[in-house]
Design a protein around this ligand. Structure first.
Ligand code: ADP
Ligand code: MG
Length: 261
């Protein structure tokens, strides 16, 4: 949080957002590695996952029901482009080649934190654990000889579970439109932004991704949420190490190939 929070003005991320459009900023190896992973997923997803979404994303305030108008979005959209992040591995620097650009790691940092927690537990000799950070869960081993049973929240009924899945030694991450949102004129504005439009993504209501790497499943759940059912499943089915469960607008459940009975 000290390093990657956009709310803490002294965080490394805030420093990058203040200075990287003017000069190359030296960052920690840890932040550099996470930015590299984020860029990899941006390429893999053809820009559906894009940490520069923040160039427009920071104009939304879900608690106060504030959203940017069309002209503000049009103005900010050119600054949403992951290709304008220039990472220099030899120098450990980051530079933005576009003015007005901001980045945010909300779609990937929690998964990364879960991964670090699991590594610490494993190092301490723990053999069985469940680490959960909201929608991001990482599992070490099994639960007393049986799989952990992980629930996916029902997207429209607060205390209900839509699906339970048995998992061990894996990670699962869920992205939904029901955690941070407000409704304006019957339209739901929530925290997952389509980088092409600068507006909330509305093709589906919940996406869970399962795989070994907590960082990747976090980012990929956000990615598939943006891509929607068809394109999202195509992406996941092309990646043998990941599976997905998608809930569409009519609350229909869809599974990637590896989860089919
Ligand atoms: P949560 O953080 O609620 O678990 P997600 O993993 O889906 O849910 O992440 C949503 C967060 O991802 C948003 O709050 C925002 O910080 C960030 N984000 C939103 N849209 C995008 C996008 N298109 N690409 C990358 N990150 C995004
Ligand atoms: Mg995510």
């Amino acid at each position: 949080d000290q390093q990657m929070s956009p709310y803490k003005t002294q965080s490394e991320l805030s420093l990058v957002n203040r200075e990287a459009a003017n000069k190359a900023v030296v960052i920690s190896a840890e932040l550099f590695d996470l930015l590299t992973t984020a860029q990899h997923i941006a390429k893999l997803s053809d820009g559906a996952f894009d940490i520069t979404y923040a160039s427009i994303g920071y104009q939304y305030n879900y608690r106060d029901k504030i959203r940017p108008n069309t002209s503000l979005i049009t103005k900010a959209l050119p600054a949403v482009d992951y290709r304008a992040i220039d990472l220099n591995k030899a120098q450990l620097t980051v530079r933005f080649t576009h003015q007005g650009m901001k980045i945010d790691l909300g779609g990937i940092a929690k998964g990364y934190a879960v991964k670090r927690c699991l590594a610490l537990l494993e190092k301490a000799g723990v053999k069985h654990a469940l680490v959960s950070a909201g929608g991001d869960t990482g599992l070490l081993g099994d639960k007393h000889g049986r799989a952990w049973l992980v629930g996916i929240k029902h997207p429209r009924a607060e205390h209900k579970t839509a699906v339970h899945i048995p998992l061990e030694n894996e990670a699962i991450s869920t992205s939904g439109d029901y955690e941070r949102y407000f409704i304006d004129d019957g339209v739901r504005y929530h925290h997952i932004i389509n980088p092409e439009t600068g507006d909330s993504a509305r093709k589906v209501v919940s996406v869970s991704v399962i795989g070994n790497d907590p960082t990747y499943v976090d980012a990929l759940s956000t990615t598939v949420f943006v891509k929607g059912l068809k394109e999202g499943l195509t992406l996941i089915n092309a990646l043998p190490e990941f599976e997905a469960i998608i809930i569409d607008n009519q609350q229909g459940l869809h599974y990637s190939q590896g989860l089919q009975p």
